[in-house]
Structure formats: C-alpha cells, structure tokens
Write a protein that binds this ligand. Structure first.
Ligand code: DLL
Length: 443
C-alpha cells in the first residue's frame, strides 16, 4: 500500500495493473485466502464435502468450486464464527442491523483497518478529494460501517474531517456554513433532506459545498441530477457492504461512468441469482464477492443479493479494474406483485419523470382479498397541491401512468403535502409489505 496523494500521483499502482498482472495477483491472493479460511468451521466442512484445498485452485475459474457464503450462514455461526484470528487479535467489530432477523457482526484486524482506510481513500481521491478539503461526514458512526469507514479514508487522504454524524439537520447546515465544508459524505436521501431543510430555514445550501460522496443505498441518475442542482455540487457514487469490508468496495472516478471495483482486493462475480451461473458481461446479475486480502474475517463468494451490471472496458482515468453499474435492486427487495417483479428503484424512476413530485415516497403492498395491491404515497410540490379535485386527479393519473409504464403495474396513488412523509438520516426504508411476512434472507 502506498500513500498516493503526493504531488502528481493520485493512483495506487495496483489500481492500474495490466489485466493479466491483476489476474495473476488475484490468483495468488485467492490461494492465500482459501488457505486462511480453511480452519473456519463453515469452510472446513464445505471444503471437506468438496474435497478441496488451496492446492485445488489452479486458475481464477476454480473459484466456482468454492462454496457460497450467505447472510444466513453468518447467522448460523453467530456471533463471530467466521473469524480466522484469535478473538484477542481483533481490532474492531462492526455490525449490520438488517431488516429481518438477528444482527450480524463483522470483524477487522489492525491490518484490515489500514486496508479499509486505503480503499476508502482510493475512491475518495478518484472522486476529487484532496488533502486541502474540509469534509463533513453525515453518516452514522457506530456499528454501521459508513461513518468510521469514510472517516478513516478521509484521514488517510489527509483532508480535514468534521465528524458530525447523521441527524440534527439544522445544526448540520449551520456547521457546514460556519466551518466551510466543501465535501459532503452521507446517504443520497439524507442529502435531499439537508437541501430541503436548508430551503426551509432560508439558508443557501449551495455554498460552500463543491462535491459529495454518496452511498449505502440505491439511488437513480435522476436523483443525482436533482441533488446536484439543489446543492450545486458534483455527486459521486460509492458502494460497499459490511460483510465484504464496508464502504470501499467500489466507487466512481471523475468519468462517473460506473464504479471501479477494487479488484486487487475483491474478486467479483456477476451471477444469475436463480442458476448461480455467470451472466454474460454487461448483463444484470447478483454480485458475489470474495475478499482476497482481509485477515480477520475474509468471506468467500459472499452473495450480496445486489443486482448490478459489470463490464471490463478500460476507463479514461487509467484504472484497469472492472466497473459496476448502479445497484438496480436487491433480490430480496424485489417485490413480486401479481407475478411481476418490481424494484423500489423503478418507482423512483417513474416519479422523477413527473415534475413537481419530490423523491419522497413510500410504497405499500397489501393483499386485501386475492389480488396484490400496490399503493404509492408521494409528496408533491406545494404549487401542485390544490383544492380542485379534478387537478389532483389528473396528477394522480399522470403518476399512475408513469409507474405503469416503468413497472407494468397499476398502483393506487396518494398525494401527500410536502414534509409529511417520513425522512431518513441513514438508509431510507420505503417499502411496507403487508402481505404474509416471509424471511426474505433465507438462502
Ligand atoms: O451500506 C456500506 C456503505 C457505507 C457503503 C457507506 C457506502 C457508503 P451495509 O449496511 O452492510 O453496508 O449495507 C450494504 O447497502 O448490499 C447494498 O444493497 C446497499 N448499498 C451500499 N452502497 C450502495 C450504493 C453499507 N452506492 C448494502 N448504491 C449493499 C446502492 C448500495 N446500494
């Protein structure tokens, strides 16, 4: 690992390795990690069943002989059955609350924490962060990996951090102005809340912000445009998940055309979630990651449930790594409504096509009799709210049509006044499924 924000150098050498060299490095590291996890009970048993050892890995394709790891496996070995180091060697434990079931924990060694800081620094730098910037971290600090992950990445770059965490939006805005934050780090939905609150307070939120790094939840290109217009900044997307390391798995460069996956540390597969066979390059599939270099708790073939596309064409920025698209849905977030697959992101896409509907919405699915029904509640701009029922009806029909076009589903539309739907400081939770509760995370 090198500190890379020196005079003219803003890339780690490993980020631009020629493909063949990158793959050779991945293969060496894959063998090492297989060896490292061989005594973890889950993998020991799975390897025994398959007659596997590190010697059985001859090429990267041999990854397909390795077992998958799922959230349900982590639960089965709760709380820390996947660690490869003695407990006393752990430096940090984070956790993910998840929406169903028991929380799961992830562990880091000192070396893992250094690696994590480096990986976050890489995407921050590729998205414009420099040591002279002041950065406001409005992610939660705690078991969630967002706050601490980004914090140490920013520190690694050498920029000034304001670790305000999420919440207290008014203070957030005051501080931003007082201390001159140029960079904002949070979820995209919280950025919208910040913009909205600033407007209400009569504060111009556009100064001094210059750019932002958003992640931890799905968002659309239209939402990016809206945030950029309201806050007058450049917004970069970054992706990660606790089980793999936290933020730092991938992030956008200046080209903002896909997120560079940090492939020297994470081997990625893009699989058909049903057949678990690789999808053709560029096609959407479930992302599956193998952590190649982590010490304390490297997971093999972790099934993220995130749907995205992956491609490997070279990027103008010089990085040679594969890029991933936005996450277009999760296999477990996917709603099946009257047999049709619907992702919350599609509803957002439809809403953003109708001027005057803000991106604050909630989706409710119910089955009052035999048929599923979807209701979309959406906040609309004050100037669109009217006492005239006919006008409101026209607006509802327009929204309904857009949702039908995007999803193929007819939804009941309810219009809400501004600021009446719930706001989120962290990840937005927009779906209520009132049909029979199922454990969506079961393998
Ligand atoms: O959300 C790690 C993170 C923190 C990433 C801060 C980026 C910034 P978890 O709480 O384990 O970890 O949630 C991981 O969040 O599987 C995705 O479904 C979703 N997610 C994360 N980043 C993005 C993104 C953190 N840029 C889960 N776009 C993942 C869409 C994202 N979804």
């Amino acid at each position: 690992m090198t500190a890379f924000v020196t005079e003219n150098r803003i890339l780690d050498a490993e980020e631009c390795l020629p493909r063949a060299e990158l793959e050779a490095l991945q293969l060496t590291r894959l063998r090492q990690v297989v060896e490292r996890v061989a005594h973890v009970p889950f993998y020991r048993d799975a390897f025994a069943l398959r007659g596997l050892s590190a010697n059985a890995i001859h090429g990267l394709d041999d990854i397909r002989r390795l077992p998958f790891t799922t959230k349900a496996d982590l639960r089965r070995y709760h709380p820390l059955g996947f660690i490869t180091l003695p407990r006393e060697k752990l430096a940090r434990i984070h956790g993910s609350s998840g929406t169903t079931g028991t929380p799961t924990f992830v562990a880091y060694s000192q070396a893992d924490l250094r690696l994590w800081a480096n990986l976050c620094a890489r995407f921050l730098v590729s998205g414009g962060l420099r040591p002279e910037h002041t950065v406001q971290v409005a992610f939660g600090y705690g078991l969630f990996t967002g706050g601490f992950g980004l914090h140490y990445g920013i520190e690694y770059v050498g920029a000034t951090i304001i670790p305000i965490a999420s919440g207290n939006t008014r203070r957030q805005i005051e501080l931003m102005q007082d201390l001159g934050s140029e960079v904002l780090v949070c979820t995209p939905s919280y950025a919208l809340t910040i913009a909205e609150t600033a407007r209400e307070l009569g504060i111009d939120p556009r100064r001094p912000l210059k750019f932002a790094h958003f992640g931890a939840e799905p968002w659309t290109e239209a939402m990016r445009q809206q945030i950029e217009a309201e806050l007058d900044l450049l917004a970069f997307n970054n992706y990660g998940l606790s089980e793999v390391i936290g933020p730092g798995v991938s992030g956008e460069c200046a080209a903002r055309n896909g997120m560079h996956i940090q492939e020297d540390h994470f081997l990625v597969e893009c699989l058909d979630p049903e057949t678990l066979e690789p999808v053709p390059e560029g096609e959407p599939g479930e992302l599956v990651f193998t952590a190649l270099t982590k010490e304390a708790m490297p997971l093999l073939r972790y099934r993220t449930r995130d749907i995205a596309r992956i491609w490997r064409e070279p990027c103008a920025c010089g990085r040679t790594s594969a890029r991933m698209s936005r996450v277009t849905g999760r296999t477990d977030d996917m709603l099946i409504i009257r047999g049709v697959n619907v992702f919350p992101s599609q509803i957002e896409e439809a809403l953003l096509r109708v001027e005057g509907t803000t991106p604050h919405y909630m989706i409710e699915v119910d089955r009052p009799a035999t048929l599923d029904e979807m209701t979309v509640r959406v906040e609309v701009a004050p100037e669109l709210l009217s006492d005239r029922m006919d006008r409101m009806q026209i607006l509802k029909e327009r929204i309904g049509r857009e949702i039908l076009t995007v999803t193929g589903i007819r939804a009941a539309i309810e219009l809400a006044a501004p600021r009446t739907l719930e706001r989120f400081m962290g990840k937005a939770k927009r779906v209520t499924d009132k049909r029979a509760i199922v454990d969506r995370e079961a393998p």
